[in-house]
Design a protein around this ligand. Structure first.
Ligand code: TRP
Length: 364
C-alpha cells in the first residue's frame, strides 16, 4: 500500500512543504502569483503556498463571473492566531465578491474528538463566528451552517457519494486503521466541499477552498469523486493550501495547548507573559555572543510570527537583517512582536463588542 504522508486527524508538524506538493500533485502558488488580480499578504509572503486549479478562480475574478468560497472550522478550543489565517482568506474572497460558505464541522468534532454537538455549536459561535465578524466578515452572501443541520439534499448527497468509492481506496488514502467515524467525517466533508454546487445553490460553479496543508487528502479525494459523479456536472473544486503558523515553542500550534498559541481574546499581560516565557528564540546564549554571531530569524518564532502579522515588507526585512547581524537582540525582537500583537488585539477586542450584535444575521 501507498505510504501515507498526511493523516488529517493526527497532524504533528510539516517540515517539508515541497515534498508534499510533489507527493500530492499540488502546484506551487508562487508560479501563478503574478496572475492574481489583488493578491493578499499571505499569497505574496508564500504563506499560501500551494494550490489546485486556482487559475479557474483567477478567471472568474477577472471576468466578474460567479464563484464561491467554502471552508470549514473545527469547533474546539479558543480562536487563535493560527485560525486567523483562514479567516483572513474568507474575508479576502468575500471582498472579491465570492459567495461565502462556512461550515462548522460539528459532526466531525463529535465523531473524532468527542465534542458534544451543543458544545460545538457554542464554540463555533462564541469563538469562531464572532471573531470572523470582528475581523471584517459581512453577513451579505454568507451561508454559515452546521454539519449537523445541513439541508436535506446535502445530507442525502453525503451518503450518495459512497456509490462511487471503495474501501480499498479509502484505506489507500487514509491508512488501514481508518475508523467508521472518520469515514463518515470524510464523506461529510466531501459533501461540504461540493455543497455550493448543488442545485439549491445554483451550481455548478467555480469554488475555492482555502485550507491548511493537513486537509490535502480530503481535497484530492473530493476532486476525484466530483469527476466520477458525472450527472452533477461539477466544476472540480479549486483549493489553496496555507502553511501553518508555528506554535510559540516551535512545533505545532494547538488549541489543546495554551502555551502554544495567543488567542484573539488574550489580555495584553497574557500576551507579554507568553511571548517572553515561551517564544522559542533563535538568538545566542549571551548578548556578547549575539552581537558577534547574530541571531537566526529562520528558527526564531517571534520573527516567524511577524512574517504572518507585519504587513510592511520593508519593516520585516529590516528586522530580519538586524536580527541576523546581531544588532537586534532577542528581547528587542520580542518587544516588537508584543507591541504589534497588543495594538492589534486592542482594536480587535473592541470590534468584538459590535460583532456580538451581528451574530444573529449569520444564523438564519
Ligand atoms: N476537517 C476540517 C478540519 O479539521 C473541517 C472541515 C469540515 C472542512 N468540512 C470542511 C474544511 C470543508 C474545509 C472544507 O479543520
Amino acid at each position: 500500500m501507498m505510504e501515507i504522508a498526511i493523516d488529517p486527524w493526527e497532524i504533528t508538524e510539516i517540515k517539508n512543504y515541497d515534498a508534499l506538493l510533489k507527493r500530492f500533485g499540488i502546484e506551487s502558488f508562487k508560479d501563478i502569483l503574478r496572475y492574481v488580480p489583488k493578491p493578499m499578504l499571505y499569497m505574496k509572503r508564500g504563506i499560501v503556498y500551494g494550490h489546485k486549479d486556482f487559475s479557474r478562480i483567477i478567471t472568474a475574478i477577472k471576468k466578474k463571473e460567479k464563484f464561491a468560497m467554502l471552508t470549514g472550522l473545527m469547533p474546539s478550543g479558543k480562536f487563535h492566531f493560527g485560525h486567523k489565517i483562514i479567516a483572513d482568506q474568507m474575508i479576502y474572497y468575500q471582498q472579491l465578491k465570492a459567495d461565502c460558505y462556512i461550515v462548522s464541522a460539528d459532526i466531525e468534532a463529535y465523531l473524532t474528538r468527542n465534542i458534544p454537538i451543543e458544545e460545538g455549536r457554542k464554540t463555533a459561535i462564541e469563538e469562531y463566528l464572532i471573531n470572523y465578524i470582528a475581523l471584517g466578515l459581512k453577513p451579505k452572501n454568507v451561508k454559515f451552517y452546521f454539519q449537523s443541520e445541513g439541508s436535506k439534499d446535502y445530507m442525502n448527497f453525503s451518503k450518495f457519494i459512497t456509490k462511487k468509492i471503495t474501501f480499498n481506496e479509502i484505506k489507500a488514502i487514509y491508512g488501514g486503521d481508518i475508523t467508521p467515524a472518520k469515514m463518515i467525517s470524510v464523506l461529510t466533508q466531501i459533501a461540504d466541499i461540493l455543497y455550493p454546487q448543488l442545485k439549491e445553490n445554483d451550481g455548478p460553479k467555480p469554488v475555492v477552498v482555502p485550507v491548511g496543508f493537513d486537509q490535502l487528502p480530503h481535497i484530492n479525494f473530493t476532486r476525484d469523486i466530483a469527476a466520477r459523479l458525472k450527472g452533477y456536472k461539477f466544476v472540480l473544486p479549486s483549493a489553496t493550501f496555507n502553511k501553518f503558523m508555528p506554535g510559540l515553542q516551535g512545533g505545532k500550534m494547538s488549541s489543546s495547548n495554551p502555551m502554544s498559541y495567543i488567542a484573539l481574546t488574550d489580555e495584553p499581560e497574557t500576551v507579554r507573559k507568553k511571548i517572553m516565557k515561551y517564544a522559542f528564540s533563535g538568538g545566542q546564549a549571551t548578548i556578547e555572543e549575539h552581537r558577534r554571531k547574530g541571531g537566526n530569524p529562520d528558527v526564531d518564532i517571534s520573527y516567524q510570527w511577524l512574517t504572518f502579522i507585519e504587513e510592511s515588507d520593508k519593516k520585516l526585512k529590516k528586522i530580519y537583517d538586524n536580527y541576523k547581524s546581531g544588532k537586534l537582540l532577542t528581547g528587542e525582537l520580542k518587544e516588537i512582536l508584543i507591541g504589534k500583537l497588543t495594538r492589534f488585539l486592542k482594536q480587535h477586542q473592541n470590534k468584538r463588542k459590535g460583532a456580538e450584535k451581528l451574530i444573529n444575521k449569520f444564523l438564519k
